[in-house]
Write a protein that binds this ligand. Structure first.
Ligand code: ZN
Length: 184
């Protein structure tokens, strides 16, 4: 399964492991092994965590709470109390250990620590009134991202994920329209 890290924040990237949430949801984290791979791929998290089925369920609960809070933020409405409790509880856990060496940065810790980092990152983002948190402009996508572009003009979660698809579809529509007009 393909993982996208395009949201500009690990909490939003985790929430974005389900796409097309309103029409035909596709979940990239179907099994605990998927979550192990996702954590290993995320730059801010340990490379190696073990995920059992109970830990997997709690990670998915955190993911859904983060998604709903991010959507509350996009829609400009109050945060859901139950979601706040889930995210705040996860953030209270121990954090991953970071070590510097000549080889660079090494991050270690278990899944609880990884989820704690994600929850804190999400809290810092959603608490920031200046952060431009947006939903992807492709109607079916539903991925939420942090727009850090100049002038805040970013429209898509990612060019490869959605921007190019929308542009290609618009191009096909223009071609079809032009072809129809030629027949007139
Ligand atoms: Zn998108």
């Amino acid at each position: 399964m393909y993982f996208a890290f395009v949201s500009g924040n690990p909490a939003l990237d985790l929430a974005g492991t389900v796409v097309s949430r309103r029409s035909d949801p596709i979940d990239a984290l179907a099994t605990p092994a998927d979550l192990e791979r996702w954590v290993a791929r995320c730059d801010e998290l340990p490379d190696l965590v073990a995920v059992d089925s109970a830990a997997f369920e709690s990670a998915l609960a955190l993911r859904e709470a983060l998604y709903r809070l991010a959507l509350d933020r996009v829609r400009g409405r109050p945060f859901g109390r139950g979601d706040l409790e889930i995210v705040n509880a996860a953030a209270a856990g121990p954090l991953p250990t970071v070590e510097l060496s000549d080889a660079g940065l090494r991050i270690s810790g278990d899944l609880v620590a990884a989820l704690s980092h994600i929850a804190r990152s999400g809290i810092a983002l959603l608490a920031d009134p200046h952060a431009r948190v947006k939903e992807c402009g492709r109607a079916d996508c539903t991925r939420i991202y942090l727009d850090r572009s100049r002038g805040a003009r970013r429209t898509w979660c990612g060019m490869d994920e959605c921007g190019n698809r929308v542009k290609a579809a618009a191009y096909r529509t223009r071609r079809r329209t032009a072809a129809v007009e030629e027949l007139r």
